[in-house]
Design a protein around this ligand. Structure first.
Ligand SMILES: Nc1ncnc2c1ncn2[C@@H]1O[C@H](COP(=O)(O)OP(=O)(O)O)[C@@H](O)[C@H]1O
Ligand SMILES: [Mg+2]
Length: 342
C-alpha cells in the first residue's frame, strides 16, 4: 500500500532539532532532491499535450488505486495560472490523494500531471522548488517555538541563515502571528496552527500553493481571515489550489471549482457555470391556491419572468406565493452526497 513518501508531508512529523542546539544544520539534501516516488508502480509518464504557459497545473487521466479501491479515477485538470481553484467533495472523495500526487508525495497508478511546468513524478525537485504544500494534518513539533519552526523549514530549503530574520519576520507579519513568535507551536490555537502551516508552505516563496482543507476546524472569524489572506496571496501573483467543505466560502473566493466524488471529477469551471451545468442553479417555488407547491428550475431572470407570466396567464390555479431559490454549492454538495446529482 502506497504512502506519502516525504518528510514535507506534515502528517509525517519532521524531527525537532537536537536539544542544546537552537536549530539543526541544514540537511544534506535539498528538499527537491529527495528521492522521487518509489519505483515498482506502473506510471504513465507520457505527456500527450504540449506544455501550456497559461496553466499552473495540468493533469490527464490521473488515477490512484489502493488495492481494488479507486481513490482517484481518471481525473483531468486544467488550472490557470494566478487563479484560486477549489476542490469540493465529501470525505473520502479523493481530494487529499489528488493533492499528494500533485505535491510529488504519492505515485499515481496511471495518468500524468504537470505542476508549475514540471512532472511531479519525473521532476519532483523542480516541482517542490516552485510549489508549497499545506497538508490536512499538521505534524507535531514538540518544544519548537513558532520562530524556530519557520527557521527549521527555512533551513530545509537551504535558505541562508542571514536571510532568516527578515524572511521569518515577513511571514509572521503576513499570517498575523508576530506576537506569537516565541510561543511553543503545540500551544497555539487551531486557527493559529493553520496560519503557521500556511506560513511554512510559503517559506521558499512558491508560485503555487496546494492547501488541503486549510479552513477545517476554524471558527467563522478565522475562516474569513484565512480567505482574506488567500486573496492577498493571489494579489501577490500566487496560484492557489484549495480543498474544502466550506462551500459557501469557496464560492466567494474561487475563480473555478472542481467537484469530486468517489475519485471522479464530476464537473469543473467557474462556480456559476458548474451550478448551471449540474442543473442546480436557480429555481422558483410556487404555492398555488389549491394548496400544492411546485418547484420550477429556471436559467435566469428572463426565464423566471417568462415562467411567472405563463403561470398567471395559462395556469388555472391561483398563484399564492412565488419564491426564488438560489441554490449554492452547499446545496450542490448535499445533492451530490445524497446521490441526487450524478
Ligand atoms: N494510504 C491509503 N491506503 C488505502 N486507502 C486509502 C489511503 N489513503 C486514502 N485511502 C482511501 O482513498 C479514498 C480517498 O481518500 P482521500 O484522498 O483521503 O479523500 P478526501 O481527502 O477527499 O477525504 C478514501 O476511500 C480513503 O479511505
Ligand atoms: Mg482529505
Amino acid at each position: 500500500m502506497d504512502e506519502p513518501i516525504s518528510p514535507i508531508n506534515g502528517s509525517r512529523p519532521v524531527p525537532p532539532p537536537p536539544t542544546g542546539s537552537p536549530l539543526p544544520p541544514p540537511p544534506a539534501a535539498d528538499l527537491g532532491s529527495l528521492a522521487p516516488p518509489s519505483p515498482g508502480t506502473a506510471v504513465e509518464l507520457i505527456e500527450p499535450t504540449a506544455p501550456r504557459d497559461d496553466l499552473i497545473i495540468e493533469a490527464r487521466g490521473l488515477t490512484k488505486h489502493y488495492g481494488s479501491l479507486k481513490a482517484l479515477d481518471n481525473v483531468d485538470l486544467d488550472i490557470p495560472k494566478g487563479s484560486i481553484f477549489g476542490i469540493i467533495g465529501p470525505n473520502g472523495a479523493g481530494k487529499s490523494t489528488a493533492f499528494l500526487i500533485l505535491a510529488t508525495l504519492l505515485t499515481p497508478t496511471a495518468g500524468w500531471a504537470r505542476v508549475c511546468g514540471h512532472s511531479p513524478m519525473a521532476e519532483p525537485a523542480a516541482v517542490r522548488r516552485r510549489m508549497g504544500y499545506m497538508p490536512d494534518v499538521m505534524g507535531v513539533y514538540e518544544n519548537l517555538t513558532v520562530k524556530e519552526y519557520l527557521e527549521f523549514h527555512a533551513a530545509t530549503y537551504h535558505i541562508e541563515r542571514s536571510e532568516w530574520p527578515s524572511l521569518v519576520g515577513g511571514l509572521l507579519e503576513l499570517v498575523d502571528l508576530d506576537v506569537k513568535r516565541d510561543t511553543i507551536v503545540d500551544d497555539l490555537s487551531r486557527g493559529m496552527k493553520q496560519r503557521l502551516s500556511l506560513a511554512r508552505a510559503l517559506v521558499h516563496d512558491p508560485e503555487l500553493l496546494i492547501l488541503d482543507e486549510p479552513a477545517s476546524g476554524l471558527d467563522p472569524r478565522a475562516r474569513i481571515e484565512l480567505r482574506e489572506l488567500l486573496l492577498q496571496l493571489q494579489g501577490m501573483g500566487k496560484s492557489i489550489v484549495i480543498s474544502s467543505h466550506i462551500l459557501a466560502e469557496l464560492q466567494q473566493m474561487c475563480d473555478a471549482i472542481g467537484v469530486i466524488e468517489a475519485g471522479q471529477l464530476l464537473a469543473s469551471g467557474p462556480p456559476g457555470r458548474i451550478l448551471a451545468q449540474l442543473g442546480v442553479g436557480r429555481s422558483v417555488r410556487v404555492r398555488f391556491g389549491d394548496g400544492t407547491v411546485e418547484e420550477f428550475p429556471v436559467a435566469g431572470d428572463d426565464e423566471q419572468q417568462a415562467l411567472l407570466r405563463k403561470l398567471i396567464v395559462d395556469d388555472d390555479r391561483a398563484v399564492l406565493e412565488f419564491t426564488t431559490v438560489d441554490k449554492n454549492l452547499e446545496d450542490l454538495f448535499l445533492q451530490i452526497t445524497q446521490g441526487i446529482v450524478q
